[in-house]
Design a protein around this ligand. Structure first.
Ligand SMILES: Nc1ncnc2c1ncn2[C@@H]1O[C@H](COP(=O)(O)OP(=O)(O)OP(=O)(O)O)[C@@H](O)[C@H]1O
Length: 226
């Protein structure tokens, strides 16, 4: 059978050839997209590269030149949390201690009331877990001991605010609540803030409470705790 093809008179364009050209272009574009999708790295790999780039900058931290949180090599998630809570410029205790803590050094800080000590340890606490790609599936990584319930609660609020873009779980163990209820949740926590008495009680009575993989121990107002 003969194929009939209608060409609009006067246009000069062959619709079959135009279609073929369009089909080739479409196939090429689709191929490019497929290649690009193939090259796209998985999220964990991108995150690992970002962490490696941050760690490279640790040795270059110059405390004297730090004025803002963004001068520290810290994660975008922490930085975003800080900015959303309107924290941009560092206070003296933050400037002097965050860099050392990021470098993995033990830090003993002392500064007067209201000088911003809480963020000086909350930021490194978030970063140490971030760097190890800690997830809510992992165990306890950071333990913060506060001398009083009020202080523990305040610290928890700061942690919640600044760490809201991370996926870690955090718990407050301060007594005054049902011990059994606390016990059932304690093993799911990546970061725990507790008062000394309640912590001891859980160490004695909660069989599955363990801190064998702890990455950071923080004693808030150590002089009152020790
Ligand atoms: N970098 C910052 N920029 C602006 N405000 C800040 C900064 N750091 C802390 N603050 C604010 O300063 C106040 C005191 O901070 P914080 O409670 O951490 O001090 P502190 O030294 O722990 O005090 P205390 O010894 O009473 O516990 C808080 O209201 C906090 O939000």
């Amino acid at each position: 059978m003969e194929e009939s093809r209608s060409v609009p008179s006067g246009s000069g364009a062959d619709p079959v050839r135009s279609f073929e050209r369009w089909k080739n272009r479409y196939a090429k574009r689709k191929d490019k997209l497929r290649q690009r999708r193939k090259q796209k790295k998985p999220e964990w790999e991108v995150e690992r590269e970002t962490i490696a780039a941050l760690e490279k900058r640790f040795s270059e931290i110059n405390t004297n030149e730090v004025t803002r949180f963004s001068d520290f090599p810290i994660s975008r998630k922490t930085l975003k949390g800080l900015q959303e809570a309107q924290y941009r410029m560092v206070t003296e205790i933050q400037k002097q201690t965050i860099g050392l803590a990021l470098q993995g050094k033990d830090v003993l800080g002392a500064a007067k009331t209201g000088s911003g000590k809480t963020l000086a340890f909350v930021v490194p606490a978030l970063e140490i877990l971030y760097r190890q790609q800690w997830t809510a599936m992992d165990e306890l990584g950071v333990l913060i001991i506060s001398p009083t319930r009020e202080l523990a609660y305040q610290t928890f609020e700061v942690l919640r605010k600044v760490g809201k873009n991370h996926e870690f779980s955090a718990g407050l163990i301060i007594g005054g609540k049902d011990l059994k209820q606390e016990s059932s949740k304690i093993h799911n926590m990546n970061i725990l803030i507790c008062t000394p008495g309640r912590l001891l009680q859980h160490m004695d009575e909660t069989s599955y409470f363990h801190a064998s993989n702890l990455q950071m121990l923080i004693l808030d107002e150590a002089d009152r705790i020790l």
